[in-house]
Design a protein around this ligand. Structure first.
Ligand code: NAD
Length: 340
């Protein structure tokens, strides 16, 4: 099997190459992102392997089909960048890695919450400049405060577990709530503690001191965080987004940041991240004024989509992606197929 591997970084090679060798796969590592112009590079390959900022829209899929590609292997969980209907129409199978290390993302989200609350990012910069003043670095105890978790799938549940030690009141929202959490079964209490309650989204926005997003991006929840929902939030609220950038309306977030609404904002994802994230642009002028403005707020920590980036997650991503490829090429049924 030959696979064109788009948007390759050195760490991808480290984790994928040994497993590919073991399975006898031939991987063509490409630095380019997948789009309708670069799809042609996959000529002669059975599959393409893509990541979060590659584009597999209708035009790209048509090109992939023209050059003989029969499968799209997503080396991530989210699939909002793939036109699934078009893929089905062109008989291209789409496979993903539904779960690799939910804890990796949850632990990172917790890291962002703790850092923006206690201003650790600012303290780090100060002491490197031998400035030992703590003026302006005051945070608050999280103990006894309320956290709202939006989305209680694999990562949301990992988040519920990692925040247990903080003894916060935990509000949850998910259109498909977990029965055992609602019923407060002994197993659910053991895993998530007693302080967890499903509420509606308005209650999450109105009562949370910290809001963490863990839902996929869909047509229905694009710009879930917008001027109306921000207006419902408490002053000084902390918002963390490790899911997908477009869950947050950046323009509305910037207006609220300028108004001093937020105590802290931790973003691992950004609406227009494709053009910047994962690349070194330190020698260039950044033309995306919103990105520059976001980065300039001292109560904002913006990172480059790295919540997934642990050894355990990379190992699991590489293994599952290439197992998916193996099952596909052998014509076996695979539970990781994504359907429209
Ligand atoms: P999952 O499918 O296990 O769970 C998603 C949950 O969200 C489900 O319970 C679903 O019912 C719920 N949901 C759907 N629409 C919702 C809505 N409008 N409001 C609230 N909840 C809603 O997925 P997961 O593994 O927990 O991953 C969640 C998301 O995290 C992914 O879709 C991806 O966008 C993101 N992610 C980010 C990184 C990163 O490195 N930053 C890594 C992996 C995943």
């Amino acid at each position: 099997m030959k696979i064109a591997f788009y948007d390759t970084k050195p760490y991808d090679k480290i984790w994928f190459e040994p497993i590919a060798k073991e399975k006898g796969f031939d991987i063509l590592f490409l630095e380019e992102k997948l789009n309708n112009k670069t799809a042609v590079f996959a000529r002669g390959c059975d599959a393409v392997c893509i990541f979060v900022n590659d584009t597999a829209d209708a035009n790209t899929i048509a090109e992939l089909s023209n050059v003989g590609v029969r499968a799209i292997l997503l080396r991530c969980a989210g699939f909002n960048n793939v036109d699934l209907k078009k893929a089905k129409e062109q008989e291209i199978t789409v496979l993903r890695v539904p779960s690799y290390s939910p804890r990796a993302i949850a632990e990172y989200a917790l890291g962002l919450i703790l850092a923006v609350n206690r201003k650790i990012h600012r303290a780090y910069v100060r002491t490197r400049d031998f400035n030992y003043s703590i003026n302006g670095l005051m945070g608050c105890d999280l103990y006894g405060k309320t956290i709202g978790i939006v989305g209680t799938g694999k990562i949301g549940q990992a988040m519920m577990s990692v925040v247990r030690g903080l003894d916060m009141r935990v509000l949850l929202y998910d259109p498909y709530p977990l029965e055992d959490v609602i019923k407060k079964t002994p197993e659910a209490i053991e895993r998530f503690g007693r302080n967890t309650t499903y509420v509606d989204l308005d209650t999450i926005f109105q009562e949370s001191d910290v809001i963490s997003l863990h839902c996929p991006l869909t047509k229905d929840n694009q710009h879930l965080i917008n001027k109306e929902t921000i207006a419902q939030m408490k002053d000084g609220v902390i918002l963390v987004n490790t899911s997908r950038g477009a869950l947050v309306n950046t323009q509305d977030l910037l207006v609220a940041l300028a108004d001093g609404k937020f105590g802290g904002v931790g973003l691992d994802v950004y609406e227009e991240e494709e053009a910047y994230f994962f690349e070194d642009r330190s020698d260039e002028i950044i033309s995306d004024a919103d990105l520059v403005r976001l980065t300039s707020y001292r109560n904002v920590i913006l990172t480059s989509h790295q919540a997934f980036f642990t050894k355990e997650a990379m190992q699991a991503i590489a293994m599952t992606t290439l197992n998916n490829a193996e099952q596909f090429i052998q014509g076996q049924t695979c539970e990781n197929i994504v359907l429209p």
